[in-house]
Design a protein around this ligand. Structure first.
Ligand SMILES: [Fe+2]
Length: 199
């Protein structure tokens, strides 16, 4: 069974507008999801599956918890790894993909920001392998996987824990700062690593 391990993200240190304390607290939550995912995997080895029930059962609780923990791990790895950038504009591949999908960078950015205000958990800009375009997808909970056959390229965490220490309830300013700190080299690498071709 796969064992989850916390990754290190040095780039999240020394960002403008995001304090060390806020990032450390956020990282502690990520470590908590890692610990929980492994703990649930262990419990699943011995759970009494014969009592499975859709209203309430040990198997149901564990499976829901596992979805929550694993999505939290994956989303936070996407999030932390593309923070700490200094470039202000997207590079060639992601730029073409954004233009193809939204018409312009400003239209995409505006949609990401507004969706961030409308969400309770996450916004992912994901490449849909069926349409060949980016979709900005809203997800309220870590256990709500919103779309299949799509690969998230940009992940914006809008859970309160992501910004409350530095921004209080001012989510709008947090989102602005997130986009100032995005690392477009990392975003571009996701396009090439996944061999996304833009026509
Ligand atoms: Fe988070």
């Amino acid at each position: 069974m796969y064992k989850y391990e916390a990754k290190q993200f040095e780039s999240v240190s020394g960002m403008e507008g995001f304090s060390e304390r806020m990032m450390q607290e956020h990282y502690k939550l990520y470590e908590g999801y890692i610990k929980k995912a492994n703990e649930i995997q262990e419990k699943l080895k011995t759970v009494d599956a014969s009592t499975a029930n859709a209203t309430q059962s040990d198997l149901r609780s564990l499976k829901l918890g596992l979805s929550f923990a694993v999505d939290a791990i994956k989303s936070h790895e996407l999030y932390f790894s593309h923070l700490g950038g200094k470039s202000v504009t997207p590079l060639d591949g992601i730029s073409k993909l954004i233009n193809k999908s939204f018409g312009s960078f400003d239209a995409w950015l505006n949609d990401m920001k507004q969706t961030g205000i409308a969400a309770r958990g996450w916004v992912w800009s994901a490449y849909d392998w069926d349409s060949g375009e980016l979709m900005n997808v809203l997800g309220d909970g870590h256990d709500a996987f919103p779309i299949w056959n799509a690969t998230p390229i940009v992940a914006l965490d809008v859970y309160e824990h992501a910004y409350f220490i530095d921004y209080g309830v001012n989510r709008k300013d947090y989102i602005e700062t997130f986009f100032k700190n995005i690392n477009w080299d990392v975003v571009e690498k996701r396009i090439t690593d996944h061999k996304i071709t833009i026509n």
